[in-house]
Design a protein around this ligand. Structure first.
Ligand SMILES: Cc1ncc(C[n+]2csc(CCOP(=O)(O)OP(=O)(O)O)c2C)c(N)n1
Ligand SMILES: [Mg+2]
Length: 281
């Protein structure tokens, strides 16, 4: 199986995990998890160095999820990675579950930081990258953030800090789904031309279709090729579509937090399966 097919198959399975978790609660941040599945599959199935049986292994690359509400998508990736058992996913969002609705580092193996308060992930990533470099570690730091987090001043302070400290071991990944809790991103706070802003902060910038696995792998390869302890930090701006892979959800008006009727979950699964042409192994 090619690298691309392997990642696409992982993303497909992850989308099914997301629907199963969503159904357990009847609702959730399902649309984002579906739009980010290709990105998270490329990270976990292709890029990240980790040990499934030892999530705190010192030499691991760090994947920091700033957007706590995307945890459902991250859990699907952690299950694919073998860090969280697939059978545990059905506990998502329940009392006493290790998989709360918003990402919590103290609850979940493989969850490096707690999210929820947006705009902090990149600042923590900068400190982590700096610390690892001081320790002489070859590990890389990845920070996944949402387009809504670009409204936060702290994100841009961190972006400037990463360039100032020449954190070549840091890669930011921005999910540009063009949506926020209060509406479309360009109606809440216009961030375009967003690539120019990152470039002005001194970053190596790539902008791609974040639902195209071939484009994702090429961008991650280009970022990896220039990942050195001291050098230019890298950002991959990923344009994605909310609900990707499930047409019923791609067109939902209220998409930030989706309530999905009991009879709709099976339709979602059928649409996802019908739209996937690859190998599922
Ligand atoms: C500092 C902070 N301000 C506001 C919120 C409330 N909030 C939760 S999700 C969200 C939307 C952020 O945009 P994005 O992550 O792009 O939304 P999505 O694409 O998931 O709809 C907001 C404003 C928050 N969690 N943290
Ligand atoms: Mg968004």
């Amino acid at each position: 199986m090619s690298r691309r097919s392997r990642v696409e198959a992982a993303a497909y399975r992850m989308r099914h995990h997301v629907l199963n978790m969503g159904q357990a609660q009847g609702q959730g941040y399902v649309g984002q998890a579906l739009d980010a599945a290709d990105i998270l599959a490329a990270v976990y199935a292709d890029q990240l160095r980790y040990r499934a049986d030892d999530p705190e292994w010192e030499g691991r690359d760090r994947f920091l999820l700033s957007t706590g509400h995307y945890a459902i998508g991250h859990y699907a990736a952690l299950a694919e990675a073998g860090i969280v058992p697939v059978a545990e996913l059905e506990t998502y969002g329940s009392d006493d579950s290790r998989l709360p609705m918003s990402g919590m580092s103290t609850y979940t193996p493989g969850m490096e930081i707690s999210g929820g308060s947006l705009g902090h992930g990149l600042t923590i990533a900068v400190g982590t990258a700096l610390g690892l470099r001081h320790q002489g570690s070859p590990a890389r730091v990845f920070n996944f953030l949402s387009d809504g987090e670009l409204d936060e001043g702290s994100t841009w302070e961190a972006a400037m800090g990463a360039h100032h400290h020449q954190l070549g071991n840091l890669t930011a990944i921005v999910d540009i789904n063009a949506l926020q809790a209060d509406g479309k991103t360009d109606s809440v706070l216009r961030t375009e031309p967003v690539a120019d802003k990152w470039a002005a902060c001194g970053w190596f910038v790539q902008r791609i279709d974040g639902n195209d696995v071939a484009a994702l792998l090429a961008a991650f390869d280009a970022a990896a090729a220039q990942a050195v302890p001291e050098g230019q930090p890298s950002v991959i701006l990923c344009d994605t579509r909310i609900g990707r892979g499930v047409p019923l959800l791609e067109d939902r008006e209220k998409a930030h937090f989706m309530r999905i009727e009991e009879h709709e979950w099976q339709i979602c699964r059928e649409q996802l399966t019908a739209g996937y042409e690859g190998d599922t192994k």
